[in-house]
Structure formats: structure tokens, C-alpha cells
Ligand binder design. Structure first.
Ligand code: AMP
Ligand code: MN
Ligand code: MN
Ligand code: MN
Length: 287
């Protein structure tokens, strides 16, 4: 059964690894009857001006956001900053540092690919990202376009995933410092897709405890394409950690038929929504 939510607080545009421009993304959100949308590109706010303008024309409430890459205890985690000020100088400086790292990593991954007989992927990926934030998704698309793999999934499984031949150990900022950056920019910190890190329940519990201790506000309890059981699991962990809840599809574009803007189960009533203190949002979604 399909579930349609009037609020979706996680998606990507061509400013990072999404395939729709911010304008096209907002048009699609309107078509799916989303009333409140957060644009959360990887480590960048460069799509937000265009998104804000497009949202105004469509009468959608646009929440300015970003999905920040970080690490905690040797694990890579994603933390969403919601309702951030995109002009905050500390945030911009932090994001510039991550961009510089991502550009070095793109080259390092492409160098590994070259030693495995796949040359030219750095330039190909740079062309695809067209000024947006470079990600492994762009490298996967470059491998696909070059006929080196048949699917994006195969690009990750053969080359790009942790432990595979072109994996480069990430050097993201630590979790505490990205939460601090988000707070400096006036935003709330939400741990994205808690069940996507391949952690045991015990490790997730430790991660959420550390996230709360570092000042993080909420957990993305409902993600795109998650079943009831996973929602219940994430909900239980979130409540135990005393954190608020959020929901988001993590939409990257229409190519993936399983993920759609606003196609989300409702946030369970047991958890306090991260937008509880935002009257405009409550009004926009009628809650
Ligand atoms: P990066 O932040 O550069 O490490 O790239 C991570 C991005 O790659 C994620 O945000 C996903 O969009 C994408 N990704 C990760 N794993 C896979 C996968 N197995 N198949 C397709 N896309 C993936
Ligand atoms: Mn992505
Ligand atoms: Mn993510
Ligand atoms: Mn995402």
C-alpha cells in the first residue's frame, strides 16, 4: 500500500547527487502534493536559493537543509541539518572544507580505478557533477556510462563500497563538529536513515546515545521504502534515547521507482516531531 505524506524532510537535487534541478524537484513535490519539503543535498547549500524561489511560486514551505557527512567511532554517518541559515559563515567554511576533501577523494578513487584498468573516471565524474558536490554516485554513473558496469548497484558492489577495490577510507569531520556547525547555523541535527549503517542494535543504541549527548535533536524514524517493522525498530531506539523524530524519502530522482517524494508512512504519534515548535510547518500540514 502506498502512503503519502504532506511533509518530506530529506531529498537531493543536482546540487549534489540528485538528478532533478531544484526547480524540477519542487515541481515534482507539488505534483505529489507535498506541502513541506526540506532540500538536503550532500555537504552543500548551493541548491537552496533556487529551491526557495521555486517553492514560493508553488506555495510549498521549503525547509533549508543539508546532509552532512561525518564519522563517529570509525563509522561514516549522515546528519541532516534542518532549518539552517545557508549564509552562516561558520557553516560555509565547514562545507568548503568538506568540498576540498571530496575533490581529493574523487581523484584518489579514480586513481585506484585506473590501476585496475579503468582510466578517465575523475574527469567523467567531474563532467557529470557539473559544479555540484562530487560524490561516489557521480563515479558510479561515470562507470555506467563507460559501460564498465551494467547498473549503479554493480558499480558500488564491484568498486565503490567499503572494502571494494576502489574504496578510499573517508576523512569526514567528526559527528560532534558537524552537529556544532548545524547549531551554529541555527538548525536542528537529525541522524539520517539510522538503519542504513549496517549496525547491530547495540551499536545503534550507543550511536544514538552519543548523538543525543553531542546535542543532536532527532532521528529519521521513517525513511523512504521502509516497512512497518523497521519503523517500529527505529522508533523504539529513538524513544529510548529521548530524541525527537523526523521523516524523509531520501529521493534522488525518478530513476529509482521505489523512492518517491512524499511516499512515506506517517511519523508514529509516540515520538515528538522535530517540527513541533514550528507553527508554520504544523499549519502547512494541518497538524
Ligand atoms: P558519498 O557521499 O560520496 O560517499 O556517496 C554516497 C552516495 O552514494 C549516497 O548518498 C547514495 O546516494 C549513493 N549510494 C551509496 N551506496 C549505494 C548503492 N549501493 N547503490 C546506489 N547508490 C548508492
Ligand atoms: Mn546520495
Ligand atoms: Mn545519506
Ligand atoms: Mn540523502
Amino acid at each position: 500500500m502506498d502512503h503519502y505524506s504532506p511533509i518530506d524532510l530529506h531529498c537531493h537535487s543536482t546540487a549534489s547527487d540528485g538528478t532533478l534541478s531544484p526547480t524540477d524537484l519542487l515541481a515534482r513535490a507539488a505534483d505529489k502534493r507535498v506541502r513541506v519539503l526540506a532540500l538536503t543535498d550532500h555537504d552543500t547549500v548551493s541548491g537552496l536559493d533556487e529551491a526557495v524561489a521555486a517553492a514560493r511560486d508553488l506555495d510549498i514551505h521549503l525547509v533549508p537543509g543539508a546532509e552532512l557527512s561525518c564519522q563517529w567511532n570509525g563509522r561514516d554517518l549522515h546528519v541532516l541539518g534542518l532549518d539552517i541559515d545557508p549564509a552562516n559563515p561558520r557553516l560555509l567554511k565547514g562545507l568548503a572544507g568538506i568540498r576540498a576533501y571530496r575533490e581529493r577523494r574523487l581523484q584518489a578513487i579514480a586513481d585506484k580505478l585506473e590501476t585496475r584498468g579503468v582510466p578517465g573516471m575523475a574527469d567523467a565524474a567531474r563532467d557529470l557533477c557539473d559544479g555540484g558536490m562530487p560524490t561516489r554516485t557521480h563515479l558510479a554513473r561515470a562507470l555506467l556510462n563507460a559501460g564498465r558496469v551494467r547498473t549503479m548497484q554493480e558499480a558500488f558492489d564491484r568498486y565503490l563500497r567499503q572494502g571494494k577495490s576502489a574504496w578510499v577510507k573517508a576523512e569526514w569531520p567528526d559527528m560532534e563538529s558537524v552537529i556544532e556547525l548545524i547549531h551554529a547555523a541555527g538548525g536542528k541535527a537529525v541522524l539520517a536513515h539510522p538503519l542504513a549503517y549496517g549496525m547491530t542494535g547495540a551499536w545503534l543504541r550507543r550511536t544514538l546515545a552519543a548523538f543525543g549527548e553531542a546535542g543532536g535533536e532527532a532521528v529519521e524514524v521513517v525513511c523512504g521504502n521502509t516497512d512497518r517493522q523497521r519503523v517500529d525498530n527505529a522508533l523504539g531506539q529513538t524513544l529510548r534515547a529521548g530524541l525527537q523524530g523526523s521523516l524523509g524519502s531520501d529521493f534522488h530522482g525518478p530513476a529509482n521507482p521505489w523512492i518517491e517524494l512524499g511516499r512515506l508512512r506517517p511519523l508514529p504519534p509516540a515520538v515528538t516531531p522535530v517540527w513541533e515548535d514550528r507553527r508554520e510547518i504544523r499549519q502547512a500540514i494541518g497538524s
